[in-house]
Every structure is written in C-alpha cells, then in structure tokens.
Design a protein. Structure first.
Length: 276
C-alpha cells in the first residue's frame, strides 16, 4: 500500500442492521473500529466477515507496523453477538456450525495471523465475541471502567472450542473456568490481576495510552517486531525451537535495520528503521 493511500480512510462491508467495521490509517499504524450504534457495538455476521477480510488485507501490507482495534467511542469495545440474528443465522445445528467455524473462527484466525502487533483499546463492555477478539490481540489496554466476561451459559450453550482456545491460552484453566462456569463479569483491575489485560489506565487516558503504545511499537524495528511475534506465538503452542529454526532467526544480522540500530546506539541518536 503506497503512502498516499495509507492515509485514506478505508471501509468494509456494512451490515443491513447498520453495524460496520472500518479502518483508518496514520502512517504505519492502522486503527480498526467496531461500530454498531445503539447496540453497544455488538457483532453481526457481516461485521465478523468484514473483520476477516480486513485483517487478511492488513496481513499482506509490508508497510504496516501496528494495528489498534477498538469499539466506536461511547459504545464500549464490543458486547458480544447481535441477539437479533440468533433466530436467522444460529437457529439450527447446521447454522450454528457454519457460524462458529466459517464466520467467527475464520475472523479470529485472521486477526491471530496478522504478522504485526495488534493492540486492543478497551472501553466499556468487552464481553462474548468482544472478549474473544481481545484475547487474540497481543496487548490489551483497558480503561478503568471496562468490564470483561463470556456469560454464554445463560444463553444455553458452551463457549465454542475453536474460540475458547485463545482465552485459555491467555489466562489458563482457572480463570477460563470462572468465566464460563459462573459467567463472571470482571472489572478492569481484577482482569489485570488475572492476566486478562496488559494494563489499566483511567478512562480519560485510555485512547492516548493505547495510541502511545502503538507509536512505540511503530518506532521500533519492524522486522524485529514481526520476528518477535512469530516467536511468541510459537512458544505459546508449548513447542520448543529446532536448531534449524534457531539458526534461521539469526538472519536479522543481514538486515539494514540491524546495522542502523547498532550504529544509532553507538552514536546516541534515534534510529530510523526502513524494514529491510
């Protein structure tokens, strides 16, 4: 994506109910916004599809350095599924299978595969599908009044296994059990103590704190950030690195960014990385 186009606002499909997912760009930082006015940014099938398409495109953007994902201001992060769609797209077993496997899992996988760091900016309600999205992100920064939960047991169904995996990977069995068995709704400070979020700031500061985080990421060496993300994801599977994988990681020594970073450190100047 060229620099001029990177400055444009890019929008994806709008659902019939008015919900949408849209992207804005500030240089090498993308902000993805979940918006469903009047419905606390609940997620429709069309919005899940838009997330999948958008993150597929972002993953192919070599100039991208960080993604911030958030809910539209004043509506929370995302309050789970749009209940109005249950009778039309989640009524039969076949519909449920399609919804969870081809719609939700596909979207979450697209976010998970994004090669650059993804940061969740969390205000208000982050429940159900919203919490699933946040769990896939690399960092989660929450306002102090944010709330977290997956109270699906009150709707008569379990958390889909394909979707539970990211929550489980993040917080482990005890906290996952608390969330799905009791339908616990955690405040931001409790979520921080239990490892569900990275940091908590005052509500008025959450936007700037998150964007400052994104800028710090974007200032770093982009190839190193991508490599670090791959390695973290690999280690989260419980696998160790083979000798071949370890040796391949040292290819950074052949990059221009490596030379620029070392020279800037010696000269006590700010490095300008080009991603090559």
């Amino acid at each position: 994506m060229n620099s001029a186009k990177a400055q444009d606002d890019l929008k994806l499909a709008v659902s019939e109910s008015g919900g949408q997912v849209h992207e804005t760009r500030d240089g090498d930082i993308s902000t993805v916004t979940i918006s469903n006015p009047g419905k606390r940014n609940c997620l429709t099938v069309a919005m899940w599809g838009s997330l999948r398409q958008l993150f597929g495109r972002l993953s192919a953007d070599a100039d991208l350095r960080c993604v911030v994902i958030r809910g539209a201001a004043g509506e929370g992060f995302a309050a789970g599924a749009d209940i109005d769609e249950f009778s039309t797209v989640r009524h039969t077993r076949e519909q449920v299978e399609h919804f969870h496997e081809e719609i939700v899992y596909a979207a979450l996988s697209a976010i998970d595969r994004c090669p650059v760091p993804v940061v969740a900016l969390i205000e208000g309600a982050c429940v159900g599908g919203g919490l699933e999205i946040a769990s896939v992100c690399d960092l989660r920064i929450a306002g102090r009044s944010a709330q977290f939960g997956v109270p699906v047991h009150l709707l008569g169904f379990p958390l889909a296994p394909a979707e539970m995996q990211w929550l489980f990977r993040l917080v482990g069995p005890a906290v996952t059990a608390e969330l799905v068995f009791e339908g616990a709704i955690l405040g931001a400070d409790e979520a921080l103590a239990k490892g569900l979020v990275t940091r908590v700031v005052d509500d008025a500061a959450v936007v700037e704190a998150t964007m400052a985080c994104a800028r710090r990421i974007a200032r770093g060496a982009p190839l190193a950030a991508r490599a670090n993300k791959r390695q973290i994801r690999h280690l989260m599977t419980g696998a160790s690195f083979t000798r071949e994988e370890r040796l391949a990681s040292y290819a950074f020594a052949d990059t221009e960014d490596y030379r620029v970073g070392v020279q800037a450190f010696r000269d006590k100047t700010t490095p300008v990385f080009k991603g090559r």
